[in-house]
Ligand binder design. Structure first.
Ligand code: CP
Ligand code: NVA
Length: 310
């Protein structure tokens, strides 16, 4: 591993990339996905290794990064808090120094964004945010790619966020700011989105609504997430009560545009944040959304390790 690659980039939050980098990544995602669907071998990351560090549970993030890396010819090392020295209080800076001498790329799912930033600051290789308390950029990358695939450009459109002002909501807000769409947000009192966390440059991209139905009016995409994110389980009962009216239902979908899509990062709880009729209904694209995690992350890994192709 060569230290100090001068153009090294990390992907720690959505706003780490510019709009034209997203245009490039979405183009590469489409090419990479088409090759995969045609069973064409594409192995630009032969002899490269991705370390994946999970301090929280995962299904999609693990499978999509691991399968994606193998498909591109590389290999993967999987670490968790419980089976590494991370769980025995080895400083994150030391872990970063050591791990990044042996691999080409690191993906981390952890609690505080600050921990991810500390790792990246001491890493010789690019670091990817696989979810923190504050952000989930790989998921929004997949969600926007899915929107584009189904409906074309998201610029000028309206996305309705119903539920917690959490890591997904913060990341949607960064995306609205960078890609030029409007985010309608409705959260229960006490669970509001904090625009300072996202750090938006165009505050007009955020509109907040007291009632979730109003947030959904004329939206091109309606999306939500669990009432209780990982790490907040102690608040479960309070959240169940506070979020009872923040369930995406048929009435909310009917208030949106006639061709509105429904997305959910998954895992979902039918009967809590979304009715089964919606998530299993004709406007839902959640399975394409989940699959696209792999295609966009392959494009992301290619970009971070090799730079622009062609
Ligand atoms: N959406 C998502 O990140 O899923 P996992 O928690 O299963 O990785
Ligand atoms: N907001 C959820 C997303 C899970 C993919 C969480 O952080 O648990």
């Amino acid at each position: 591993m060569k230290p100090g690659k001068s153009l090294m980039k990390h992907y720690l939050q959505f706003k780490d990339f510019r709009r034209e980098e997203y245009d490039y990544l979405f183009e590469r995602s489409a090419i990479i996905k088409k090759r995969f669907k045609n069973y064409e071998k594409y192995t630009p990351l032969v002899d490269r290794t991705l370390a994946m560090i999970f301090e929280k549970a995962s299904t999609r993030t693990r499978v999509s990064f691991e399968a994606g890396m193998y498909q591109m010819g590389g290999s993967v090392v999987h670490l968790t808090t419980g089976d590494s020295q991370l769980g025995r209080a080895e400083p994150v800076e030391d872990s970063a120094r050591v791990i990044s001498r042996m691999v080409d790329l690191v993906m981390i799912r952890t609690y505080e964004q600050q921990k991810l930033e500390a790792f990246a600051a001491h890493s010789r290789v690019p670091v990817i945010n696989g979810l923190t308390n504050e952000y989930h950029p790989c998921q929004i990358l997949a969600d926007i790619y899915t929107y584009i695939e189904q409906r074309g450009s998201i610029e000028g459109k309206t996305v309705a966020w119903v539920g917690d002002g959490n890591n997904m909501a913060n990341t949607w807000l960064q995306a609205a700011d960078i890609l030029g769409f409007t985010l309608h947000v409705s959260t229960p009192t006490g669970y509001e989105i904090d625009a300072k966390v996202a750090g938006v440059r165009h505050p007009s991209c955020l509109k907040t609504f007291k009632h979730p139905l109003d947030a959904c009016r004329d939206a091109h995409l309606v999306t939500t997430d669990v009432w209780t994110s990982m790490g907040y389980e102690a608040e479960n009962e309070a959240r169940r009560q506070a979020f009872a009216d923040w369930r995406v239902d048929g009435e909310m979908m009917a208030a949106a545009q006639p061709d509105a899509l429904f997305m959910h990062c998954l895992p979902a709880h039918r009967g809590e944040e979304v009715d089964a009729d919606v998530i299993d209904g004709p406007q839902s694209v959640v399975w394409d959304e989940a699959e696209n995690r792999m295609h966009v992350q392959k494009a992301l890994m290619e970009y971070l390790v090799l730079g622009r192709i062609g």
